[in-house]
Design a protein around this ligand. Structure first.
Ligand SMILES: C[S@@+](CC[C@H](N)C(=O)[O-])C[C@H]1O[C@@H](n2cnc3c(N)ncnc32)[C@H](O)[C@@H]1O
Length: 219
């Protein structure tokens, strides 16, 4: 198991679609994703907490005229999405290995168009509230790196995290067009699912959890 992980880490170091510490480009990519990596001006969508990157690659197949970057701290997970993208010649895909807290180190203001947050860790303990990916300081950061007309999309199986997120959003006066469903698969938003189930989505859906979904724009 350990050897597999080490092998993946070594392969990640050679993969042109992975940006991670100590690789060329990692420190210089901020503000340069369009020119230096994608070589086009197409919109950039981030998948935060991407894990194996099912949404990153899945959306990239649906939308070849857009760019997608999966962000996660775990190299052995992004290895999978990176491999799929290379095998399928998806040139509109990249992966960034970093703590999401450091997003502003990698994107200038307005460099990102949309953000998907897919099944982030619920972090139920009170002392971990600040680490939830929909807590106010994270939302402030997303707003900064995003274009104003972009959308933030959020999917979770976890009712506690979903309610918490709704509470955080209701305290803000800088969002608009909030759409909500507690049962995505039986809702009017099902087309936005694109038939892409992430690993955690599958796991929790099979355990009987409904998929909660919301999206909004900045004012
Ligand atoms: C529950 S998994 C979900 C993975 C994937 N989105 C899915 O639905 O299968 C949460 C992921 O978030 C990543 N993660 C959690 N906190 C993070 C942070 N602060 N920065 C970067 N990645 C983080 C973990 O490494 C993990 O892969």
């Amino acid at each position: 198991m350990m050897r597999n992980k080490q092998k993946r880490f070594a392969e990640n170091r050679e993969r042109p679609n992975i940006f991670e510490p100590e690789k060329p480009g990692y420190e210089e990519i901020k503000g340069n994703w369009h020119d230096k990596y994608f070589e086009n001006d197409n919109h950039i969508t981030l998948e935060l907490a991407c894990g194996k990157g099912e949404y990153t690659t899945g959306l990239a197949r649906h939308y070849p005229e857009r760019n997608f970057i999966g962000v996660d701290i775990k190299g052995d997970r992004i290895w999978w999405g990176s491999k799929d993208a290379i095998d399928e010649n998806l040139s509109n895909v990249a992966f960034l290995r970093t703590q999401i807290q450091l997003l502003e180190k990698f994107f200038v203001d307005g460099e990102v168009h949309d953000i998907w947050i897919t099944f982030p860790d619920p972090r139920p303990k009170k002392r971990d509230i600040k680490r939830r990916l929909t807590s106010p300081r994270f939302l402030d950061m997303y707003k900064k790196v995003m274009q104003k007309e972009g959308w933030v999309y959020f999917k979770t199986d976890n009712p506690g995290l979903f309610d918490y997120t709704l509470e955080v959003l209701s305290d803000r006066d800088d969002i608009k067009n909030l759409c909500i469903t507690r049962d995505l698969y039986h809702s009017e938003y099902i087309d936005e699912h694109h038939g892409i189930k992430t690993r955690f989505e599958k796991m929790f859906y099979e355990k009987g959890f409904s998929i909660k979904y919301l999206k909004f724009q900045w004012n």
